[in-house]
Design a protein. Structure first.
Length: 203
């Protein structure tokens, strides 16, 4: 409920700041926009303590496809559908100084379907918000090199994995430098990071 309230307030603020400066929509029926970005902030916590390092940063790609214009009779409000995939990896390497060396690796993969409302602020700038449903897959791998050396075992400890259902509300904004290339910022929860920045490609 808290996330729903935050989403409603944030999107309402974006909607309230809109103006009527341009006639052409930044996002309309038939448009396809690919976002490629990097995330900051770990929504799943726990593995950011001392000694853990980022092996692969939180990266993701999402696609929006415009399907309906003039939602609710509003000229510049459009509806899009699409999807998202994301991945990140953290690791902890312990050097036993001749005793025991071992490594933990924690990987997260996210895939989901999204629906988005887009509203043009001006001909180069739009605000958007929506919802995502999908799945998160997490694997936790342990390698003990001491046991591998002396006993010929590799990955001697069982690897753990888990998956769960995701539901996310998100808001964002996109600014176009040209007709087909822009930058975006997005805030959400169930993705692989709280805050995402990146490049947008319209085609």
């Amino acid at each position: 409920m808290k996330r729903i309230i935050i989403f409603a307030v944030a999107f309402g603020f974006c909607f309230a700041t809109l103006n009527n400066q341009a006639n052409a929509q930044t996002f309309k029926k038939g448009d396809k926009v690919l976002n490629v970005g990097i995330g900051f902030g770990d929504p799943y916590g726990g593995w950011g303590s001392y000694g853990w390092e980022t092996k692969v940063p939180a990266i993701h790609a999402s696609l929006d496809y415009g399907i309906i214009d003039k939602i609710f009779g509003v000229d510049k409000l459009s509806l899009g559908v699409g999807g998202l995939v994301g991945f990140k990896m953290k690791g902890y390497d312990f050097n036993g100084y001749g005793s025991r060396d071992y490594t933990w690796t924690y990987s997260t993969f996210v895939i989901g379907a999204r629906g988005t409302f887009h509203y043009e602020i001006n001909k180069d700038f739009e605000a958007y918000g929506g919802a995502m449903i999908g799945f998160r897959y997490v694997s936790f791998d342990y390698d003990d090199y001491w046991e591998d050396y002396y006993y010929g075992w590799y990955n001697s400890e069982p690897d753990n994995s888990d998956s769960d259902f995701l539901f996310d509300l998100f808001v964002g904004a996109r600014y176009y430098f040209t007709k087909s290339i822009g930058a975006f910022g997005e805030v959400g929860y169930a993705n692989i990071a709280y805050f995402n920045l990146g490049v947008s490609f319209k085609f």
